[in-house]
Ligand binder design. Structure first.
Ligand SMILES: [Zn+2]
Length: 435
């Protein structure tokens, strides 16, 4: 196999850094990449589903790697685990009496998030009638975040009612116990309401999930460069043949990006104190609601984040060739151009996401930070339109090109150099341009 070859420029860069640090920079290495990704994508971690014990095992492994690589916890933290609660809130009970008669349970559906509700005709709530010809789905969409609404649906709409009822009855996940909806829907031919009584209650459970975050303090504490990748995946596939493989290992998605974050930590730590502060972030629950990125974006001051390198699925060579990677939302800031310029003279190149129809800018954790103005882009290499292993049990280390993965990590390190050194600062993304 062809090895990564150093151009004279790169050699100069590395020689200079060796003089500064006294020993050589710890380059991303094929051996280290293979060791790390083999742990993260092992069957023993069962596909790292965000809400599972396996995700905690993965988080502990990543935290240990961060420690080995000389990272320190964020200010105010004592370790690398950035844990936070996630609630599942559902309707525990609901009963409705309308014009004096008790409605049958199958004709009542509710999404209650208050601890309890008790309404009657004098309560300050909205009542909505949905006739036989009305668009129930539209009414539901309009009122789904209402904290006090009673919707009376004509019996001819039973089919649509049952469909919406399914959504209302499904417990919701939330990062807080804030009241987000109290919507009660009934199937009834009542045309007017003389009296009613609604009594309901919610119940919730709580779990703890975690990002893994470490940093290298730079000379400028208020200017942060973020290298991130989600470490969770979709877990074990239910049903199917008991003998067959059921574990979605997520080697490419996104043990590859997580491996990159760990290797970049090792590399940048070996380079001595950087000009800008660098955060290394393994995000959780990208595949299940994006909660990790949402929590991280609230825990950091987004105005101080000068760039977010979100690394996703870099285990397979891109369509443009083996030494290339693409960047989502290329035109939204000059982040991509800065990376392109930083790798001039190497055999690697960065270019714009070749799959604009796939909306990849919005399909990963970068979008959460971009909404806050951060030049936050995803770097990837996988031919996503034809990848047979995407979200399949076959997304295993054996289907990856680890030399390509290693080379891509090296290229990201070189591409980030002028941003880390403070020479270049990407333009901000306009939050109003991000949906
Ligand atoms: Zn992913």
């Amino acid at each position: 196999m062809k090895k990564w070859s150093y151009t004279p420029l790169l050699t100069l860069v590395f020689a200079a850094s060796m003089l500064l640090t006294g020993c050589g920079p710890k380059q991303p290495s094929l051996e280290e990449v293979e060791r790390i990704i083999s742990v993260l994508a092992a069957d023993s971690l069962n596909g790292r589903q965000a809400f599972s014990e396996d995700a905690w095992k993965a988080a502990d492994f990543i935290a240990n790697e961060f420690a080995q690589n000389g990272l320190v916890p964020l200010q105010g933290d004592t370790d690398f685990i950035q844990d936070f609660p996630l609630y599942t809130i559902g309707t525990a009970s609901i009963s409705v009496t309308l014009n004096g008669s008790d409605l049958a349970p199958e004709t009542v559906a509710a999404a209650v998030t208050s601890d309890s509700i008790k309404w009657d005709e004098n309560s300050d709530i909205t009542t909505i009638f949905v006739g036989a010809e009305d668009d129930l789905i539209a009414v539901w969409r309009e009122n789904r975040n209402s904290t006090g609404a009673l919707v009376v649906v004509h019996p001819d709409q039973k089919e649509a009612f049952d469909r919406v009822a399914g959504f209302l009855r499904r417990p919701v996940r939330s990062m807080s116990l804030e009241v987000t909806s109290n919507l009660v829907m009934v199937l009834s031919d009542a045309k007017t309401i003389r009296s009613f009584a609604v009594v309901g209650a919610s119940e919730h459970s709580e779990i703890s999930i975690a990002n893994v975050v470490g940093m290298i303090p730079g000379k400028r504490s208020g200017e942060i460069v973020v290298f991130a990748g989600h470490y969770d995946h979709i877990g074990v596939r239910r049903g199917g043949d008991a003998e067959a493989d059921s574990i979605s290992n997520g080697a490419n998605d996104n043990a590859s990006g997580t491996t990159a974050v760990i290797q970049l930590a090792r590399y940048f730590h070996s380079m001595g104190t950087p000009e800008r502060t660098i955060y290394f972030v393994a995000l959780t629950a990208e595949e299940s609601g994006g909660y990790g990125a949402r929590y991280f974006s609230q825990a950091v001051n987004p105005d101080s984040v000068v760039a977010m390198f979100n690394i996703e699925m870099i285990g397979k060579p891109a369509v443009e060739g083996p030494n290339t990677a693409w960047i989502t939302g290329f035109e939204r800031s000059d982040f991509g151009t800065i990376l392109q310029e930083a790798v001039v003279g190497t055999e690697f190149s960065f270019y714009a996401d070749p799959y604009p129809d796939q909306n990849l800018f919005y399909r990963s954790d970068n979008a959460t930070l971009a909404r806050l103005g951060v030049p936050a882009h995803t770097i990837s290499t996988t031919p996503i339109d034809v990848d047979p292993d995407y979200h399949q049990v076959s997304d295993e280390v054996a289907t990856l090109d680890l030399e390509h993965l290693t080379n891509t990590i090296k290229a990201i390190a070189v591409g980030a150099a002028t941003i880390v050194s403070g020479e270049r600062t990407p333009t901000r993304i306009d939050p109003s341009s991000v949906n």
